[in-house]
Structures are given as structure tokens and as C-alpha cells.
Write a protein that binds this ligand. Structure first.
Ligand code: AMP
Length: 435
């Protein structure tokens, strides 16, 4: 019989086996972020709809089609966050961070919500981990951000990453480029997809984001000649910035290649844009991306404040690690405590005591000794601790190595030290959980 309730379309339950990998990845990312001197920020999962409409752009796909927008009981116009940069910048202004110090290094992690069409690597609730460096316009800030971005992936075991980079200049230089792109595409206008034809009118740069096969062929197939490049339309300052970012990436040993199709249409994006892909994911190949957003805080009503950041899609990164069988830490093997009827009460106290230091399981259902031994064998625990009535009365417990089968009596006072030694020693052949 089908269960009465199912998780909403595009959402998933993550069970303990899968979460082992997630927690491992989260912990490693936290370590990298801490070593770079970034502090965590947690902002609400919903904000005023207006905040996202302003920062993602009224005409953007996210705002037009993908927003979880709702009214609360007091008729406030709210939305679940589709991304976190808007919330972080809102908090930066609201909390007056700019007045505390000039430069802020922040990171966040958590669920985001977009009403897209669910498919592999694309969900309606998904998780991102991201960082923002607010307050510095220097090319060195972009380089630090890209380096941090790559180092998070490397901490997860990704090797030989190549970061795609481009510069989107300033709003003014972008307008000149948009015109160049529009005229370049004009002869093929009628053959573009309906979506791209509309984008060509409103925001030609967004045509470059198309997933339509026909459009891609027109863009990159050579029929119209070479695609005009944003880099050829940069203003002098953006050009100098770009050159310094490239030099910084070289100096830091970050592998990168220019992707002329990597653009961002919104006015507050400036200069550097970057992304990494993993082609094994198929259509949803972008693992993460970022860039500079020097106009964003001003667009939110704050003083002109430069910023640069990235976000990584955790779900996709975890899919890749899972495909490669990487990042699954061995389950912590511990102790299984086996009690008799006569020692059950003492066992309860001992289990609680041992759980201050060790991973301890025991049978809460007061099963027979034989059944408890069986469960212990299947549990994945390294050691069984057997609380026999006579031994307990003599101040001893039985300690059995479940890998080798060896068993010995241990004095109660020496138990903790014995367990530390036994659990630290490498197992000959670690028993598999549930084997
Ligand atoms: P964006 O905020 O659109 O630049 O997305 C940053 C990253 O989040 C992407 O590179 C993806 O890895 C991930 N991402 C975006 N949308 C989704 C989604 N619907 N499901 C899963 N991951 C997503």
C-alpha cells in the first residue's frame, strides 16, 4: 500500500547512511573556511519577497518562475530564500557590519528553495555552502575567493579542477557588449528558441545561458563567425583588474580557463565571474560558481560597497563523491554491552558512563544472552563487553574482541583504559555493519 503522505516533489529524505558523507564534507569545508579566517553567518530561511526580487532581478527565471512566495497570516509578502547572498548583504546592512570593520569574511551553509523542474542534481530544496568577502574591491579578494572555492573542493577529494573564469566588466561596458551581441545574433534571430528571442530583446547576455541545442549550435557552431567576447569590451579599469586576477590565479597555482560564455546579466554583477563543472552529472553539471557583485549592497539601499562570493551546490558535490565512492568515512566502531538479568541495572549506569567517551550500543529490550551476542556480532561494534553475574560480583567484566573472537576478563577499574587501547589498535579485519 502506498503511504498516505509523500515528501513534496523535488524534496528528499536524507538517511543516516547518506548523511555520513554529508557530515564528513561539511566538517571538512568548515575546517577550510576557518583556516581562511571566515566566520559563519546564519540568516533566516525566508525574507521579504522584495529583497529577492531586487537582488535576483524581476525578469530573472528565479524570480519569475522559481520563487516559493507566500503571504503570512499578517499578509506579509515573503519568500523562501532561493540563495543566500541577498540575505547576507541584507544582514550586513541591518547589523551595521560596515561600521565595525572595513572588510568582512563570512560563510554560510543551509537549504535553499527553488520551484524548478526536478531532475538528477536539481531539487526544489537543495543545500548550498558559500562564502562572501565584503568590503574589498581589490583583485586579490577575487583571487582569495577562487582559491578558497577550489580548496573546499580539494578538501573533498576533487583533483585537477579547472575553474572557468570570465569578466563581465561594469554595467556600462556590459551594455556595449550586449549591443555587439544583439547585432551579431540579428541575422539568426528567427531561428533562436522562443525563450532566447525574448531574452535577446530584454537582456541579450542571458541568451548565452541557453540550454537549447539549436541555440548552442548558433552560438558556438561558427556559422555566424566567432562569438563576440565580453573581454574585448572591457573598460580600462576592469581590464587591469582582470589581468591582475589572472596573474594572482597563476601565482596561487589555480588551474583556470577563460569561458567567454560565462556571463551574468544583472546590473549589480561586476568584473570577475567563475564556475566549476563536472560533466559526469549530465545536464546539471555546475557544481558551484561565484563572482563579484560591487553594485549589490548599493542596490539594497546601502553605501557603495564591493563584494565577491561563491556558492557550491552540496547535493551535486555529494552526487559526484558518491559516484566515485569517495568521502564515506568508516563508521565509528565501538562497544556493545551485553547484560544479564541480574546485571541489567548496573549495565544501564555503566553504558551511560562509557558513552561520555565511546560509541556504545546495548540491547534495550532485555533479550536473551544468545540473542544479544548475535546482535552484537551484526552491529559493527569492535568489542563486546559482557556483564556476567559472577564476574561482576568479583569486580570484573568480560571483554571480547569481535574481530578476533578473543575474550578476557578485565577489572572494572581498568576498563576505560583497556577500551581506549583496544579501540585505538587497528582491527585485523573490521566486521561490517549488518554483514
Ligand atoms: P546559483 O546560486 O544558481 O549560482 O547556484 C549555485 C550552485 O547551487 C549551482 O552551481 C548548483 O550546484 C547548486 N544549485 C542551484 N540550483 C540547484 C537546484 N535546484 N538543485 C540542486 N542544486 C542547485
Amino acid at each position: 500500500m502506498a503511504p498516505k503522505h509523500q515528501a513534496p516533489r523535488g524534496t528528499r529524505d536524507l538517511l543516516p547512511e547518506a548523511l555520513g558523507r554529508w557530515q564528513w564534507a561539511e566538517a571538512r569545508a568548515r575546517d577550510v573556511l576557518a583556516r581562511y579566517g571566515y566566520g559563519e553567518i546564519r540568516t533566516p530561511m525566508f525574507e521579504d519577497y522584495e529583497l529577492f526580487a531586487r537582488t535576483s532581478g524581476e525578469s530573472s527565471e528565479v524570480v519569475q518562475k522559481e520563487m516559493y512566495r507566500f503571504k503570512d497570516l499578517a499578509d506579509r509578502d515573503l519568500a523562501l530564500r532561493p540563495e543566500s547572498t541577498a540575505g547576507v548583504c541584507r544582514a550586513y546592512l541591518e547589523q551595521g557590519l560596515g561600521g565595525r570593520s572595513r572588510v568582512h569574511r563570512l560563510w554560510y551553509m543551509g537549504p535553499m528553495f527553488r520551484y524548478g523542474r526536478p531532475q538528477k542534481g536539481r531539487y526544489r530544496q537543495f543545500s548550498q555552502i558559500g562564502a562572501e568577502l565584503i568590503g574589498s574591491a581589490a583583485p586579490g579578494a577575487d583571487v582569495e575567493m577562487i582559491t578558497l572555492f577550489v580548496d573546499v573542493f580539494e578538501a573533498w577529494g576533487f583533483k585537477d579542477l579547472v575553474v572557468a573564469v570570465n569578466s563581465v566588466g561594469t554595467p556600462e561596458s556590459r551594455r556595449a557588449y550586449a549591443e555587439a551581441l544583439r547585432s551579431w545574433l540579428a541575422p539568426a534571430r528567427d531561428r533562436l528558441s522562443a525563450d532566447s528571442q525574448q531574452r535577446l530583446e530584454v537582456n541579450p547576455l542571458r541568451v548565452l545561458d541557453t540550454k537549447d541545442e539549436g541555440d548552442l549550435k548558433l552560438l558556438h557552431g561558427g556559422e555566424l563567425g566567432a562569438l563576440p567576447h565580453m573581454l574585448d569590451h572591457l573598460d580600462a579599469e576592469s581590464r587591469a583588474h582582470w589581468d591582475q586576477v589572472l596573474a594572482g590565479l597563476e601565482a596561487s597555482g589555480i588551474r583556470h580557463e577563460v569561458d567567454h560564455g560565462l556571463v551574468r546579466g544583472l546590473d549589480y554583477y561586476t568584473r570577475t565571474a567563475f564556475e566549476v563543472h563536472d560533466r559526469t552529472l549530465g545536464a546539471q553539471s555546475t557544481l558551484g560558481g561565484g563572482g563579484r557583485y560591487d553594485g549589490l549592497i548599493e542596490a539594497l539601499g546601502g553605501p557603495p560597497t564591493p563584494g565577491v562570493g561563491f556558492s557550491i551546490g552540496m547535493d551535486r558535490a555529494m552526487l559526484v563523491l558518491e559516484q566515485r565512492g569517495e568521502g564515506a568515512p568508516a563508521a565509528t566502531a565501538g562497544v556493545f554491552v551485553i547484560a544479564m538479568d541480574a546485571t541489567r541495572a548496573q549495565a544501564a549506569r555503566l553504558v551511560r558512563e562509557l558513552r561520555r567517551e565511546f560509541v556504545v550500543e546495548w540491547d534495550v529490550e532485555a533479550k536473551s544472552f544468545g540473542q544479544q551476542m548475535k546482535i552484537a556480532g551484526k552491529s559493527g561494534a569492535r568489542m563486546a563487553l559482557i556483564l556476567g553475574e559472577d564476574e561482576w560480583a568479583q569486580g570484573q567484566v568480560g571483554l571480547k574482541d569481535l574481530t578476533s573472537g578473543e575474550q578476557r576478563a578485565v577489572r572494572r577499574e581498568a576498563l576505560v583504559a583497556e577500551l581506549r587501547a583496544s579501540l585505538a589498535a587497528p582491527a585485523e579485519a573490521a566486521p561490517k555493519r549488518g554483514a
